[in-house]
Write a protein that binds this ligand. Structure first.
Ligand code: ATP
Ligand code: MG
Ligand code: MG
Length: 399
C-alpha cells in the first residue's frame, strides 16, 4: 500500500512522501495507564506507533507500546526529552506538566489537544470559569479561600453544598459534600484544607448522569458519539430523544470552545426539569466511552489516534442496536480478592454478545476500576436482561 502523506506527517524535500501503512507519525502519550494501553491496542490494528511516558516500569501500556520511556510526565526535562522522539504529543491523563507543554508548543512541538486545553481542564475551577464564559449551562460555583467564604457560599447556594479541589481531582477523590454549615470544616479538612485550592458548586439534584464522547479532528471537524447514561457504573442509553439531543448540543458546544484535536468526554447532569448541566470535561478517552470498542464503528481509542495524527475521523455511530457496559470495581481494599470478578468474568464469557476487558492492575484500591464487560445485542431489554442475570448470580453470598 502506498499513499500520500501530508507535509505535516513527514517532511521531505518533495511534497509527496511514501508511507508504509496508515501513518509514520509517532504518537507520544503522556501517561501509560489503562487508557494508554487501550490506545496501544487500537493503534496495533493500523500499526500506528504509540510511545508512552510513564514512571512505572511495568505500567499497563508498557508491553503493548511501540516504546516506553520510563519517567515522570510531570517533570519538565523528561517531557522535553520525550517530545523530541515523537511526532505528536497527546495525553491519557490531564494531570501533566502543562507549563512544559506550553513551552514545547511555542518551540513548534505538535500537541493535541493544545496545552491551553489541558491548562483549562486540569484546574476544575478554571474549567468552570471557561465554560461559563462560553455560555455552557453548569451548576453555579464559587471559589472559596477560607471558612467564612465557604459559609457565605452555603448561604448563597444552600445545602447540601458540593466542595471540590481545583487540582489533581479524579475518581471522586477531590470532592466532599457538606450537608450543613456544621459539616463545612470537616469537608474542607477531608479535601486537605484551603491551601490545596478549593471551590464550591451548588448541589445539582439531578435525575440522570449522562456522558457524551466528542471527537475533534485536526481540521476542527467535530463528531459526537451516542449519549451514554451512567448508572452506578453501568452505561446504557435509555434516554429520551429530546434529552439526548440537548445533551449532544451542550457537549458539542463545550468541545468547540476548546483548542486542539482528540477525543473529549463530557459529563453532564439532567435536572428534574429536563435541563442539561455540564459537570466536567476530560481531554482524552474516558471510561464512559469504553463501550465504543464493541458497539461503535470506530472506538474512542481509534478515534483519538485518528484525530491527533490528522487522519479523517471515523464513524462514531453504533454498529449494534443496544449496548451496556459494566465496570468491575475492586471492593476490598488491600486484599486481592478476585472471586467476584472471576465469577462475573466466567459468566460473561458464556453470554452471547459479551466482551471481557481485564486490566490486570497491580495495586488494588477500593472502588478501583479493574476491568469492564460490554454486552451488545438486538435491544436494550435484551442486553439488560443478560447483565441482570450475570450480576444476580454474581453476588458473593457464598463468601
Ligand atoms: P471523575 O473524574 O472520576 O469523573 P471527579 O473526581 O472528577 O470524578 P466529579 O465528576 O466532579 O469528580 O464528581 C463526581 C460525582 O459527584 C459526579 O459524577 C456526581 O455524581 C457527583 N457530583 C459532582 N458535582 C455535583 C454537584 N454539583 N451536585 C451534585 N452531585 C455532584
Ligand atoms: Mg474528573
Ligand atoms: Mg467526573
Amino acid at each position: 500500500l502506498t499513499c500520500q502523506a501530508s507535509r505535516e506527517v513527514i517532511s521531505t524535500s518533495k511534497d509527496v512522501a511514501l508511507v508504509h501503512g496508515v501513518s509514520e507519525m509517532i504518537v507520544g502519550v503522556l501517561g501509560g495507564g489503562q487508557l494508554g494501553r487501550m490506545l496501544c491496542q487500537a493503534a496495533s490494528k493500523m500499526t500506528i506507533k504509540v510511545m508512552v511516558l510513564d514512571p512505572l516500569e511495568n505500567c499497563r501500556a508498557s508491553a503493548l507500546s511501540y516504546d516506553h520511556m520510563v519517567g515522570s510526565f510531570d517533570d519538565s526535562a523528561t517531557v522535553e526529552e520525550f517530545a523530541k522522539r515523537c511526532g505528536v504529543l497527546t495525553v491519557e491523563i490531564e494531570h501533566v506538566d502543562v507549563v512544559t507543554m506550553e513551552k514545547l508548543e511555542q518551540q513548534g512541538v505538535n500537541c493535541q489537544p493544545k496545552a491551553s486545553t489541558i491548562r483549562i481542564i486540569q484546574d476544575k475551577y478554571l474549567q468552570k470559569v471557561h465554560f461559563s464564559q462560553h455560555n455552557i449551562p453548569l451548576p453555579e460555583f464559587m471559589q472559596i479561600n477560607d471558612l467564612e467564604g465557604a459559609k457565605r457560599a452555603g448561604e448563597l447556594f444552600g445545602y447540601p453544598l458540593m466542595i471540590k479541589s481545583t487540582s489533581l481531582a479524579y475518581d471522586g477523590r477531590g470532592i466532599a459534600a457538606a450537608k450543613s454549615e456544621e459539616e463545612l470544616s470537616s469537608a474542607v479538612d477531608a479535601l486537605g484544607g484551603f491551601d490545596r485550592g478549593l471551590y464550591v458548586e451548588k448541589w445539582a439534584s439531578f435525575v440522570k448522569e449522562l456522558a457524551v464522547i466528542v471527537a475533534r479532528g485536526r481540521d476542527i471537524s467535530i463528531l459526537c458519539y451516542p449519549v451514554v447514561e451512567i448508572v452506578h457504573s453501568q452505561g446504557t442509553a435509555n434516554v429520551k430523544w429530546k434529552i439526548r439531543e440537548c445533551a449532544t448540543e451542550v457537549a458539542y458546544k463545550a468541545v468547540s470552545s476548546l483548542q486542539g484535536a482528540g477525543v473529549f468526554a463530557v459529563e453532564l447532569f439532567v435536572t428534574r426539569d429536563g435541563q442539561i448541566l455540564l459537570n466536567e470535561v476530560a481531554p482524552r478517552p474516558h471510561n464512559s466511552g469504553h463501550h465504543t470498542i464493541g458497539s461503535c464503528y470506530t472506538s474512542q481509542f481509534e478515534q483519538h489516534l485518528r484525530a491527533v495524527v490528522g487522519l479523517p475521523l471515523g464513524d462514531p455511530s453504533m454498529n449494534t442496536p443496544a449496548a451496556v457496559k459494566y465496570n468491575i470495581l475492586d471492593e476490598d481494599e488491600g486484599e486481592h480478592d478476585f472471586r467476584l470478578a472471576h465469577q462475573l468474568i466466567g459468566r460473561a464469557l458464556t453470554i452471547p454478545g459479551a466482551n471481557v476487558h481485564w486490566y490486570d492492575k497491580p495495586d488494588m484500591r477500593k472502588q478501583r476500576k479493574m476491568g469492564h464487560i460490554t454486552i451488545v445485542g438486538p435491544s436494550l431489554g435484551n442486553v439488560e436482561r443478560y447483565l441482570a442475570n450475570m450480576l444476580k448470580e454474581g453476588s458473593l453470598d457464598d463468601k
